[in-house]
Each structure stands twice: as C-alpha cells, then as structure tokens.
Design a protein around this ligand. Structure first.
Ligand code: GLC
Length: 489
C-alpha cells in the first residue's frame, strides 16, 4: 500500500502542538505494517537547525517544482532525508519557509499562510507525480493540507488528473478550532472556481474555510479520539462546522475517531537518558529520587513532602490556563507545588510571571518548549494537570501515565478516553472532573491530595497508570484497516 503523508509538522524536525509527534509515530507504525510511506513537509528554518543538531545532511534531488499562483510562477527545490528510517521530502522555498516561525498565527503578522500552505500542498501533489509515486492513500492533516483535496477536486489542470484516479484522501482533524479562514481572493489566486464561494461549498462566515474544504472533499475523515468525534458534531465544540459535520456523518460512515498513541520507545522511563534515574513498575522508589532531584535542580522547597503538579502545555485558552492562574493561590495553599512548562499566549506569560515571586519555592515557571525538562517533570512530578476546555486527544496524559505520574484532567475529548477516575471501579488511573470551573478543579485536587496521603493507595494508582497501553500498535492497525476499506470501496 502506497501512502503519501502530507503534513505541516513532523517530529523531530518540527513539532509545535503534538501533530508532529503523531505524524512521525503513525508513519513509523504504518511502515512496520508493511506500507510504503513517503512524507512531505515544508523545509522551515527550524527544520534546518534541527537537522544540523541531529547531524543529518539532507540530499538534494533533481526535482524542481514550478507552480503558478496568481499568474506568476513560484518555484521549489526538493530535499530528501531519512528520519528514523522514514523517507521524507522537504519542500524548499526560502521566501516562504525560511522564517523564524512556522505559522503566522503565532503573533508574527505576515498574513500569507494561505499562499505558504497552498503552495506547499501543490508542491506535495506535484512531487508525487515527479517521483512517479502513485499513492493509494493520501493522508492529510489539519487545514494547512486541506488544500490537497480541494485542488485535486477543483484546480484547473489537476482535477480529474488520471495519475490520482485511484488515490483516496483521508483527512485527519487534530483540532477543529484552527480552520484556516481566508479572503475569497485565494480562489482566483489558486485557479479555483469562484462559485465555490457559497455556503453550500467552502464559504463560512464570509471567508473561504479550508477545514470545511477538507471535510467536504476528502473521501474519509478521522479525528484523534472517539469522544472528540462525537463532541464536534455539537455546537459547543463545532466552532461553526458542527452542522456540516453532522450532515456528512449522517450520510455514511464518513468520520471515525481513532485515538492517537505515543511512541513507547521514545517515552520510556526505564530507558530515558534525560531523567535522573530510570525506573519502572518494579522499582518505583526511583521515581521518588527523580522527585527530589527535580526539586533540587529547579529550586523547589524540599522541607516538606508536598505533591508536585506538572503542567506541560501550550499556554492557551484551550488548555484551561486561565483556570490554573485563577486557582494558583488555593492550589499552593492546599499544599501542592506547581511546575509549569510551556509557551503560549503573552497574556498568560504576563500573569504567570507576576505570580512567580509570590510563590517562590512552590512554583517553578519555565516559559519555553523544552523536551529535556519535560522529561524530568514527567519522571519527578506526582501529578499532571490538564483542565482543558476541549482536547481532541492530548498526548501529555498518555506520557504521564507511562511515567506513573497521575493525570488530573477535565473530562473532554481524548482525556475521557484515556483517564479513569479514582471512583471508577475498573482500575482507576487518575482524577477527572466535568464542569469547567475553579470549584470543580479545586475539589478534584482535594480528592487527589487525600489519596496521595495514603501512600499505599497512591502506589496502586501509579501501578495501574503504568500498566496502561497507549502505544501506537492498536491505533495504527485501525488506520490501516480504514485505508483498506476506503481503497476497496
Ligand atoms: C492537537 C490537539 C491535541 C492532539 C494533537 C495531536 O494539538 O489539540 O489534543 O493531541 O493535536 O493529534
């Protein structure tokens, strides 16, 4: 089975919010299942930097791609690189990708993500042709690559291209909140018919909506957990697309929720080079050593045995950071220590920094993305807090379970599918709460600290958590079966 994965993120070359980890580990498992996988990714500046630090030299290949956008030709060179045995192709255009950021939406306002990712998607399509790689499945991820089904269905010279006649398009929604909304003029720029700009097609709220295009023109949709696939057909989670999703899912079996996994080789407390001492279920006392060391390295007060809560997260509204900030004084008062690691909205950076001094010794704040520190937190913290407003899947809680760090989560999306509450009779693994409110969050933390104080009970929880299996094996198989089913239809 030939599979073309088109993505805007791929770990370890670039990974902002989990998408990169998913495309990398899913591709690897598909390859293990015997698929012939090729991955296409933009050659961003940080890909270059990461390749250098990995000591990998990309190979130039003799393919030059020229596409026409808004009357003028735009060129790309292509580099080839093998990442952990995966064949990757990097689309190089210095003007568009050699920048200090990956997405404009992160506050750097250049406003040309439509051209950048439209161009990237076109190049990915052209590349497959140049390589004579006829995909059985084209697997696209999020709005940045929703251009692909749109172009293959509607762009002049590409629609009905016999090369892709047998290719099926699978489109995965990792986060419905980000939709790629652009001015109508992009239709002309990309050689698409203007009559697509109606509510029956890809218009939404006066804009061209890329995610809507992905939903309408792909052969099959997936989301990254089963619960999320049910949530997004409701107005509360649909962000304007719920009616369309309800419609397409009514017609047939067009949307499936498949839970992400994590790479159990990359996330393994027994074999993690960055943590203070390796451990697993049978020598769990080493986790305590990691805790002591974590406190020491990051200047947390050692005088009492307080439980450490880790927050390893993008600092965004989605992740419930406001709720954490509002509850901070009470969380510390209850006797917790808090370790916050991540980057995000500047308003959250600012209000967290204001609190830093006040809670010195009980609050550690590191406002950047740092995998090495994250690993130390997974291994040394007692709990991981995720009060998300919505969570398509979430990887942090799966890693936490693997490291015996107990998740305290809001019951939404993938968090419902991966964490069982302490009051659940069937092997509980964490603490969950329903209402998105400060009272509920604090009540749940009180429940958690009460159990924490019963050392034997807590050990049982850790054991349950570490016995869970969220590796990719099962989920990759589900994707494989879906691919087969779609091809045979
Ligand atoms: C997005 C979602 C997150 C999910 C990740 C990978 O970042 O917000 O819940 O785990 O994509 O699919």
């Amino acid at each position: 089975m030939n599979i073309l994965i088109i993505t805007s993120e791929l770990d370890p070359l670039t990974n902002i919010g989990g998408l990169g980890e998913v495309t990398a580990s899913l591709s690897k498992e598909l390859q293990n299942l015997g698929c012939n996988v090729k991955i296409v990714l933009p050659f961003y500046k940080n890909v270059k930097t990461n390749l250098q630090s990995l000591n990998i030299k990309p190979k130039s290949i003799k393919i030059n791609i020229t596409t026409c956008i808004d009357w003028l030709p735009l060129n790309a060179k292509v580099k080839e690189v093998s990442i952990n045995g995966l064949e990757c192709y990097l689309i190089e255009n210095k003007d568009l990708f050699d920048r200090n950021y990956i997405y404009n939406a992160y506050g750097y306002d250049e406003g040309d993500d439509d051209i950048r990712f439209g161009f990237f998607s076109l190049c990915a399509i052209e590349l497959a042709k140049s390589l004579n790689f006829q995909p059985d499945i084209i697997h696209c991820h999020d709005w940045q690559t929703a251009f692909v089904p749109l172009f293959l269905k509607w762009r002049k010279h590409l629609k009905d291209d016999p090369f892709f006649k047998l290719s099926k398009i699978i489109f995965t929604i990792h986060n419905l909140y980000y939709q790629g909304e652009f001015d109508k003029k992009i239709l002309e720029q990309f050689g698409l018919p203007e009559y697509l700009f109606t509510n029956q097609n890809i218009e939404l709220k006066g804009k061209v909506n890329l995610l809507k295009a992905g939903i309408l023109f792909s052969d099959l949709l997936t989301t990254v957990s089963e619960t999320y696939s049910k949530e997004i057909i409701n107005p509360d989670f649909g962000f304007g697309l719920d009616r369309i999703l309800r419609r397409v899912t009514q017609d047939s079996n067009k949307m499936y929720g498949i839970l992400n996994g994590i790479d159990y080789k990359l996330w393994d407390p027994n074999n993690d080079k960055h943590i203070y001492k390796n451990y697993f279920i049978d020598n769990i006392q080493n986790k305590q050593f990691n805790k002591t060391k974590l406190k020491e390295e990051f200047n947390l007060d050692q005088s009492e045995d307080k439980p450490i809560i880790g927050v390893i997260s993008k600092l965004t509204d989605q992740r419930g950071i406001q709720l954490i900030i509002e509850s901070l004084p009470q969380i510390i008062d209850l006797g917790f220590q808090l370790f916050i690691l991540g980057i995000g909205d500047s308003k959250f950076h600012k209000s967290l920094l204001q609190q830093k001094k006040k809670f010195q010794g009980n609050l550690c704040l590191i406002l950047r993305q740092d995998e090495t520190i994250a690993r130390k937190v997974y291994s040394g913290a007692d709990m991981i807090l995720m009060p998300s407003r919505f969570e398509p899947c979430g990887l942090v809680q799966m890693i936490a379970l693997r490291y015996g760090t107990i998740p305290v989560v809001r019951s939404t999306g993938g968090l419902v599918d991966t964490v069982r509450d302490y009051n659940d009779n069937n092997k509980p693994t964490g603490f969950t709460f329903k209402q998105f409110s400060k009272v509920n969050l604090l009540d749940t933390l009180i429940r958690a600290i009460t159990v924490y104080e019963h050392k034997n009970e807590w050990k049982k929880l850790i054991k349950n958590a570490m016995q869970e299996d969220y590796s990719w094996k099962v989920s990759a198989r589900k994707y494989y079966d879906l691919y087969e089913k779609t091809i045979n239809n």
